[in-house]
Ligand binder design. Structure first.
Ligand code: E4P
Length: 217
């Protein structure tokens, strides 16, 4: 499963990329607001740090506007994936952009039928939001299982990008269900490395090593 970071914070992105943990990045207007940076500048910087797809979301809601904004963001770098909302206008723009070789991430997916439409429109990625689905009393992971089944039934190439990830269990479940990609806040990706027995083990080994009185090198 590919790991994307769901952030526009370039310090976090650099750190995770240096650890070899990043296959891409997703941003959205809220994350750009949080970063407090110019949208086009920050996306350009992220595209230099990470080789994989970097999602940049358009804010127009009509087809012509989306295409105009997509033209601006896709010129930033070859690894930009234009992020479009799951609406008829968004799907129309998705079809046009992917037919032209541009990567598209269709976002704000909350049903398997929506994911089916995105695949039919040629989306490169579909982003089902599991956390926000959980928030309203549904199991977001059921959605991932359904989309996996449907995409496999019809051999769609669209990659399932599990989004709105809130904790490590979401990542574990996404991997078990065969999701292609997950995008999570850097803090959640860092949580994956933590295990109390790892910390306890290091502590024990360090204490015993100190008793040997030796050094390495
Ligand atoms: C995905 O591309 C979105 O940016 C993101 O995962 C939204 O997550 P949230 O529900 O935590 O805002």
């Amino acid at each position: 499963m590919k790991f994307f970071a769901d952030t526009a914070d370039t310090n976090d992105i650099r750190e995770l990329a240096d650890a070899g943990l990043l296959d891409g990045v997703t941003t959205n207007p809220s994350l750009i607001h949080k970063a407090g940076r110019n949208f086009l500048e920050v996306v350009a910087e992220i595209c230099e740090i990470v080789e994989g797809p970097v999602s940049a979301e358009v804010v127009a809601l009509d087809y012509d506007g989306m295409m105009r904004e997509a033209e601006v963001v896709r010129k930033i770098a070859d690894n930009v994936a234009v992020k479009l909302p799951l609406t008829i206008e968004g799907l129309k723009a998705c079809k046009a952009l992917t037919s032209d070789g541009t990567m598209v991430n269709v976002t704000l997916c909350f049903s398997a039928n929506q994911a089916l439409l995105a695949a039919k429109a040629g989306a490169t990625f579909i982003s089902p939001f599991v956390g926000r689905h959980d928030d309203i009393g549904f199991d977001g992971m059921d959605l991932i299982g359904d989309i996996r089944l449907i995409y496999d039934n019809y051999a769609f190439d669209t990659e399932i990008l599990v989004a709105s990830v809130r904790h490590p269990i979401h990542i574990l479940e996404a991997a078990k269900l065969g999701a292609d990609v997950m995008t999570a806040p850097p803090a959640v990706i860092r949580q994956l490395v933590k295990h109390p027995l790892t910390d306890k083990g290091i502590e024990g080994f360090m204490a015993d090593w100190a008793k040997t009185g030796q050094t390495i090198g």
